[in-house]
Each structure stands twice: as structure tokens, then as C-alpha cells.
Design a protein around this ligand. Structure first.
Ligand code: SAM
Length: 337
């Protein structure tokens, strides 16, 4: 299936409403179904630590937020909790943290080693690191890296104080892809200072990067950030963006993010209906969850049961094949579904 939609039309499509919007999202859903069937990948996430050396203006985990209890989970505790009850529908696991090299070294790497050889595909979302850290993580068993650009305009990136520089993030994404990782990136829709031009630039950039996946997160204003009064992105616009991403890059993995439920009622299932094909079950121990504060303490926590309900509501089914197995089978030209 060729590209049926262009980056140039992306901003325009965000404002579609009524019948046009319905038709646009249906087209995206059909596009997903044509390439992935109605299968949704289900990945667990463990938020292993909330220390962060970055100071992103929009994120409550920024290092200057002194109101947060900082934690690093213990490898034994995470491992035992995971082994005690993994939802059956789960094929993959993602380890996520703020940008914290200690958590990478002391938690992610040993935990991955323990999980290597289990039935789980292993992903990480740990920020921009040194090349040798990526190599160590890969050696430990991870093969899918999530590294979002947040915005594709270098001046805007600097204004909102996203991690490091845009140039560094892009170099990291290219390095990861060139060294064999499957890489997913993404952006925040409605980020303060985002103009149509910036959005166009961001979408064009994401299009051109060597990615297997791409996400859109609706901006959610957090009390402990630089932008507590900035309006949240609307759910309808975000869902149009999900559909736009699917039509722009039909073969990519596109997650429904839990913030979609904060952006509005029924957001999660509707994102799957608009062409998303990855859902995430939160497996962070309950005691730590309130402190993994990206925007607000009242996060939308997705349990295994809730995810299955949302997948069913969207007329989809959980994939029995994991992310990387699926992607590798596709590369080999097999029929992974
Ligand atoms: N530190 C890692 C990194 O830089 O890749 C891990 C990810 S960070 C803790 C989690 C993600 O939350 C960010 O990549 C960003 O896209 C998203 N995020 C942060 N603040 C947000 C906000 N106010 N609204 C929406 N998404 C936000």
C-alpha cells in the first residue's frame, strides 16, 4: 500500500469534523486493518525510576521539581512482581524512566538480563544516553527503543527545554536504527509555542526518520511544570492526528497513549479505532505510580482488564505475536498475522 496522504495535509486534517472526520478516521482504521489485521500489540510498562537529569519545561518529572518523591525500584522486587502475575495478553515489556544513567546501569540492564529468554519482547524508553549504554542495553536483551523528538523544530525544542538538543536526539535515533534497534519516536500535540509551521516541520521530520513506530501524545498541562495554564490538546484533534500518522506511514506501530483517556471520555478505544495498534498495560507497583508524574497525579492507569475492554470496544483483538517478532517476520517477507 503506497502513501495515501501527505505531511503537507497533516495540519489541515487536525481540524476535520463531522462526516469528513469520520471518513478520515475510518480510512485510517481500514489502512491499519489492511496491514496488521485488527490486531493490537499489548505491551506492559514498568516505570523503573523517576530521577531525571533533564529539565523539560512541560514535564513534571523535570529535575527542578522538588515536590516529587524520587524513587528507583529494586530489580528483585520488579522481577518478582512480574513473575507473580503477568496478564496473558501481554507479549512485550517496556522499561521506562526519566533520564537517569544510574537506573539504566543498576536496574534496566540487570533486569533485562533476567528477562532475556522469557516469552517477552523487550523495549526501553530511557532517554538520550552514551553509545556504549545503548550497546549494553541491547546486549542485555532489549531490541526496541522509544525516543521521542517531542517537536521537530530546533528553536522550539530549545524554548520548551526538551532533552539536550534536537540535533542530539536525531543523531541518537539514527545511531540506534543503524545499530540494529527498532526505533519508535513521537511528538506532543499542542505543546506551548507549537505553530502550524512547526507541526508541519515535525511531521516531515518524523516521516523521514528510520522509525518502526511513531506516537502522538496530547499535551496535558501539569501543575509542577512551566506551563500549568496552557490549554490541553483536545481529544478530537489528537485522534485526527493518530489517523493522520497511520495514513502517512501505514506500516508503523502507533500507540494509543494513556493520556488519551485524560484528554477526553473514551479516548483510548477511539484511538484504536483511528488506526492505533499498540496498547500499554501499566505494571508499575502501585506505591510508585503517583510519583511517576509526567503531568498530573491523577494519571489514567490502564490495567490488563481495562486494556482488553478497550481493545474489544474498538473491534480489535490482542496480537498473540510480539512487536519485534512481528516486525522481523515482516522484514523476512513472512506473514506475521
Ligand atoms: N526520559 C525519557 C525520554 O526522554 O525519552 C523517558 C520519557 S519521559 C519521562 C515521558 C514522556 O512523557 C516524554 O517523552 C513526553 O513525550 C511525555 N510528556 C511529558 N510531559 C508531557 C505533557 N505535559 N503532556 C504530554 N506528554 C508529556
Amino acid at each position: 500500500m503506497g502513501n495515501v496522504f501527505h505531511a503537507e495535509s497533516f495540519s489541515h486534517s487536525l481540524n476535520l469534523s463531522g462526516h469528513e472526520q469520520e471518513a478520515f478516521r475510518r480510512q485510517a482504521e481500514e489502512c491499519r486493518n489492511a496491514l496488521f489485521g485488527n490486531k493490537v500489540f499489548v505491551r506492559g510498562v514498568v516505570e523503573i525510576a523517576n530521577f531525571c537529569r533533564e529539565n523539560c519545561g512541560y514535564c513534571a518529572m523535570r529535575r527542578d521539581n522538588r515536590g516529587l518523591n524520587r524513587y528507583r525500584l529494586s530489580v528483585d522486587d520488579i522481577y518478582e512482581e512480574l513473575m507473580a502475575g503477568l496478564p496473558e495478553c501481554l507479549t512485550d515489556l517496556n522499561l521506562q524512566a526519566g533520564e537517569d544513567p544510574i537506573a539504566v546501569r543498576e536496574i534496566a540492564v540487570p533486569l533485562l538480563h533476567r528477562l532475556k529468554g522469557s516469552r517477552l519482547g523487550l523495549s526501553v524508553c530511557l532517554g538520550t544516553l552514551r553509545h556504549e549504554d545503548y550497546a549494553t542495553l541491547r546486549e542485555a536483551g532489549a531490541d526496541y527503543y522509544v525516543l521521542k523528538v517531542e517537536t521537530g523544530n530546533a528553536a522550539h525544542y530549545r524554548d520548551v527545554a526538551a532533552p539536550g538538543t534536537l540535533e542530539e536526539r536525531l543523531a541518537a535515533i539514527r545511531h540506534l536504527a543503524a545499530s540494529g534497534w527498532k526505533v519508535s519516536s513521537g511528538f506532543i500535540l499542542g505543546l506551548p509555542g507549537q505553530t502550524n509551521e512547526i507541526l508541519k516541520e515535525t511531521i516531515g521530520l518524523l516521516e523521514a526518520l528510520p522509525l518502526v513506530g511513531c506516537s502522538v501524545s496530547p499535551f496535558i498541562p501539569g501543575e509542577d511544570t512551566r506551563f500549568p495554564k496552557h490549554p490541553a490538546a483536545s481529544l478530537e484533534t489528537t485522534l485526527n492526528a493518530v489517523a493522520g500518522l497511520r495514513l502517512l506511514s501505514p506500516r508503523r506501530i502507533i500507540p494509543a497513549v494513556s493520556a488519551m483517556n485524560l484528554a477526553g471520555e473514551g479516548g483510548y478505544a477511539r484511538a484504536l479505532r483511528a488506526g492505533a495498534n499498540l496498547a500499554t498495560v501499566n505494571l508499575t507497583p502501585e506505591s510508585a505510580r503517583p510519583d511517576y508524574q509526567i503531568y498530573r497525579r491523577d494519571r489514567a492507569i490502564m490495567t490488563g482488564k481495562r486494556i482488553l475492554q478497550e481493545i474489544e470496544k474498538a473491534g480489535c483483538e490482542p496480537s498473540s505475536v510480539g512487536l519485534c517478532d512481528w516486525l522481523c517476520a515482516r522484514e523476512r517477507g513472512g506473514s506475521p498475522v
